[in-house]
Ligand binder design. Structure first.
Ligand code: ADP
Ligand code: MG
Length: 254
């Protein structure tokens, strides 16, 4: 099964006076890894959730492989889309294996190959019988990713999925997600407020501000200074930090 392409066609979502998403039109090529960056409240989660229909747009439509996501039943749509968010609810009373297999089981699909999925997300097979409470934060997040991919999803949506993790685990998991994306031929949208993470992992970075996409550029272009003011303000943060660290190292060496 090939990766899925995605198109937003003048998508807006209003809550009273608030325009959470404001006229977004955008095509995401099958197989690409896109980061969606922006301040808290800029509309990232709302836009992401119009894809799997957790949110219904006020206007516009979303097309998955050319087909309106609103056309068919939502459960079938959601099986094609892996969705992982921060503080994801693994079922606390279910084992790791039961958590990973729940989607296909509910849908009456063949049983999930739990061992293969644990291998995929670099978890030891021996944890299959554990409850989530007996896992580290990073391990839980890997289980959530395995569960998201269990029905054979080719589109992966990650909404601040690494937010609660320590920086070392977060960095490692980010790299592994990118490798997984390449290996499985996924289309991935990573929502993050961390521009460094976006630059390091994505093929393309979208910056969102007040419901609109205000920048759309490759990491290389952003690092060259392109992409506009809002994007450059975000790129300045990790760049300044890196320069300050280099400055400290130089002082110590002197
Ligand atoms: P982000 O994920 O970038 O932090 P959100 O998509 O969650 O932003 O929110 C975008 C805007 O829409 C914010 O102003 C938020 O307060 C508002 N919003 C989101 N969900 C709702 C809701 N269910 N009811 C009212 N306003 C909402
Ligand atoms: Mg959000």
């Amino acid at each position: 099964m090939p990766a899925e392409s995605l198109r937003f066609d003048a998508v807006s979502k209003r809550y009273g006076e608030t325009r959470a998403v404001d006229g977004v039109s955008l095509t995401i090529a099958a197989g690409s890894f896109v980061a969606l960056v922006g301040a808290s409240g800029s509309g990232k989660s709302t836009l992401l959730q119009t894809i799997n229909r957790l949110i219904e747009p006020s206007e516009g439509r979303v097309l998955l492989d050319g087909e309106d996501v609103a056309a068919g039943p939502a459960p079938a749509l959601r099986r094609r889309i892996g969705y992982v968010f921060q503080g994801i609810g693994l079922f606390p009373h279910m084992t790791v294996a039961e958590n990973i297999g729940i989607g296909p089981r509910i849908a009456g699909l063949p049983a999930t190959d739990v061992d293969a999925l644990l291998d995929l997300v670099a978890l030891p097979r021996a944890i299959a019988d554990r409850l989530p409470e007996a896992l580290s934060g990073g391990q839980r997040q890997r289980v959530a990713i395995a569960r998201a991919l269990a029905p054979g999803a080719k589109l992966l949506l990650l909404d601040e999925a690494f937010g609660a993790l320590d920086p070392v685990t977060r960095d490692a998991l980010g790299s592994e997600i990118r490798a997984l994306h390449d290996r499985l031929g996924l289309t991935t949208i990573l929502v993050t407020h961390d521009m460094a993470e976006a630059l390091l992992l994505a093929d393309r970075v979208l910056v969102m501000q007040a419901g609109r996409i205000v920048a759309d550029a490759t990491p290389a272009d952003l690092l060259h200074g392109d992409g506009g003011e809002a994007a450059q303000a975000l790129v300045a943060v990790p760049r300044d930090q890196a320069e300050r660290l280099r400055g400290i190292a130089r002082e110590q060496a002197a």
